[in-house]
Design a protein around this ligand. Structure first.
Ligand code: CDP
Ligand code: ZN
Length: 161
């Protein structure tokens, strides 16, 4: 049995903040301004995993009003979502996503992001892919005021479960 999940996230970009995507710090004069580390890819992926098994959403499980998650490393959210899907008997078939960011280019960091994510999820890196996209300089996204991540994930129920 297969289940599909979709995730989306957006965070504002601010000067002097670290730009962390998929747990990888990318050199940039702006970074995500959020309660946690603002990792849009890990947030969208966490929601996609939770959504696929119908187990709430990231804001429900890790409310930004809870001081435990202030400046949190978002791999914590991802690991918990991974634990939940496994507990329900599912494994990840593949993950595909978009990082929509006017700048910087994420292509030079793609391999590192994929490897890091694969390590956290304990899956083969061939099961993960991401692409970068600009916003064609349109509106506030095009001015580099925010970044978006969009993710889909396919899960498969283990045979004997
Ligand atoms: O050519 P098209 O309009 O489809 O895409 P684009 O937004 O102009 O971006 C061109 C290419 O740059 C993408 O296909 C990605 O390979 C790369 N890119 C990236 O690595 N990181 C970004 N933040 C934006 C684009
Ligand atoms: Zn987020």
């Amino acid at each position: 049995m297969y289940r599909i999940g979709t995730g989306f996230d957006i965070h504002k970009l601010k000067r002097g903040k670290k730009l962390i995507i998929g747990g990888v710090e990318i050199p940039s004069d702006v970074g995500f301004d959020a309660h946690s580390d603002g990792d849009i890819f890990f947030h969208a992926l966490t929601d996609a995993l939770l959504g696929a098994v119908g187990h709430g959403d990231i804001g429900q499980l890790f409310p930004d009003t809870d001081s435990r998650w202030k400046n949190a490393d978002s791999s914590v959210f991802l690991k918990e979502a991974s634990r939940i899907i496994k507990e329900k008997g599912y494994s990840i078939v593949n993950i595909d996503g978009f990082i929509i960011l006017q700048k910087p280019k994420i292509l030079p960091y793609r391999e590192k992001i994929i490897q890091n994510t694969a390590g956290i999820l304990n899956i083969n890196k061939d099961r993960i892919f991401i692409k970068g996209k600009t916003y064609e300089k349109l509106g506030e996204l095009g001015e580099g005021k925010a970044g978006i991540a969009q993710v889909v994930v396919l899960l498969k129920k283990e045979e004997n479960r």
